[in-house]
Design a protein around this ligand. Structure first.
Ligand code: FES
Length: 122
């Protein structure tokens, strides 16, 4: 069970939902189920429209959250994932701040998800 709090310029106030890890799929799926208007197009990690900033909340260290190959490429092309951040993610399990909602799988940890409502702009 995880609390997922969405914060966006297009929302009148933050929305916190309870997501069951492994049962909900991607962060974009959780957003859609709860009518949170994160922009999206391809839903396949290629367009970058669903760019969000994810912050792990609480005192526990963040859980490792693997990036898909498409997510690595798309974030890198859009200047949201440099080599040092990717290295830290792959070797030290330090999740990067910027993610693609259609690729990020919700885990059993509380997170804050920030988005602007403009496609590809966090
Ligand atoms: Fe295209 Fe997520 S919707 S990358």
């Amino acid at each position: 069970m995880a609390n997922v709090t969405f914060s966006g310029l297009t929302l009148p106030k933050d929305i916190t939902v309870y997501a069951v890890a492994g049962d909900t799929g991607t962060l974009l799926a959780v957003a859609k189920q709860n009518n949170v208007p994160i922009p999206f197009q391809c839903q396949d990690g290629e367009c970058g429209s669903c760019l969000v900033k994810v912050t792990v909340l609480g005192d526990n260290p963040p859980m490792a959250s693997a990036l898909t190959e498409k997510e690595k490429v798309t974030l890198s092309v859009n200047g949201k994932l440099d080599k040092a951040t990717l290295y830290a993610a792959e070797t030290n399990d330090m999740p990067p701040a910027y993610r693609l909602a259609c690729q990020y799988v919700v885990r059993s940890e509380d997170i804050l998800v920030e988005f602007t409502g403009e496609p590809g702009v966090e």
